[in-house]
Design a protein around this ligand. Sequence first.
Ligand code: PLP
Length: 441
Amino acid sequence: MSDRTNTAPNDLSAFWMPFTANRQFKKNPRMFVAADGMYYTTGDGRQVLDGTSGLWCVNAGHNQPRIVEAIAKQAAELDYAPAFQMGHPKAFELANRLVDMAPEGMDHVFYTNSGSESVETALKIAIAYHRARGEGTRTRLIGRERGYHGVNFGGISVGGIGPNRKTFGSLLTGVDHMPHTHIPENAFTRGQPEHGAEIADELERIVALGDASNIAAVIIEPMAGSTGVLLPPKGYLERIRAITKKYGILLIFDEVITGFGRLGSAFGATHYGVTPDIMTTAKGLTNGVIPMGAVLTSSEIHDAFMTGPENMIELFHGYTYSGNPMASAAGLATLETYKQDGLFENARDLAGYWEDALHGLKGLPHVIDIRNEGLIGAVELTPIEGAPTKRAFQAFLDAYDAGILIRTTGDIIALSPPLIMNKGHIDELIGKLADVLKKLD
Ligand SMILES: Cc1ncc(COP(=O)(O)O)c(C=O)c1O
């Protein structure tokens, strides 16, 4: 076991860490002090292979020269410009680039600072859109069990992860949830599962109960990442799209993880060939380097707001840092890196090798399911009786000691490495993970 304390600050108590077992961490801290390419450097000088792109965001790998240079240059040139009633060129340039790479029909971009804020923005736009066109009764929102849409009140209300909701009061009213798509028949499926398209029909039942005239939007992740990589069964997204269209309900794809190459295409929508009305993004938009999110909408939605006197604000919503110059510069450099270095293509080319390597873990102790798509994967473990999450958390700690960064959610190990990876990195990541799993109690 390595000595992890030698670079720890004297007192770790002031920082209340997010989504972290604070007491466990502070007894035995895990500190990263540098990063380059596929690897982090720990405080005690070890190299740790990044199997999670940080938190599903460093899609272009660490210390990318274009991004580093763009941020430094931007800081010296224009550090900040007011986001309201003023503009700066890079925010417009980035919006155009995003529209160019988005599916046909996604024509406008509203900036935020995170995935959570993108979700709140999308939900507010959906409700306000219906009102703008005279259907103000359409206020209800539909999410999905096991969905993750960030941590703000709208997001946890439509989200479907129990612990993220249960201690935070009454949440938004007027929210329904569709069932999740994770069914045992699909265990150990490679890529998109065969079974479960009909789960989408539950939406019909919810619409019948609430009446379409009261429903603003359905929000789902095209591929549910944070809950442990749940892939949409074949035909499922198409059915959700058809039902939402039939009833005039907006479809929001939360693409905070699926955006920017994770599945081997620019977006989940492009990968699955299903276009929503609104898309939320963040994370890979700036390679995680500077916080930024973006909500993309159709012209139909955007144009519904462009009425009334021209001196009036059309949407009473926005953030001090919406389209911030530093974030815009980082975003432009990130998109350029994806393009110039062919990173989405690399993800696509490696997907088969990744799939084979990952499914090679079948048969190891406690492994009850393996799922994959593009450069994302999950290995699900049997929970220890009476101590859910403990086994996977132990795997996470052992993996860190073994020199690989994995992420766990419940008893699921989730992997989402940077798209710059090669076959050697896959062998290292999966090889070390196999060793960890073999020794796990
Ligand atoms: C689908 C989805 N939506 C929203 C979020 C929240 O993003 P953030 O942590 O940037 O607020 C996440 C984060 O993992 C996510 O996966």
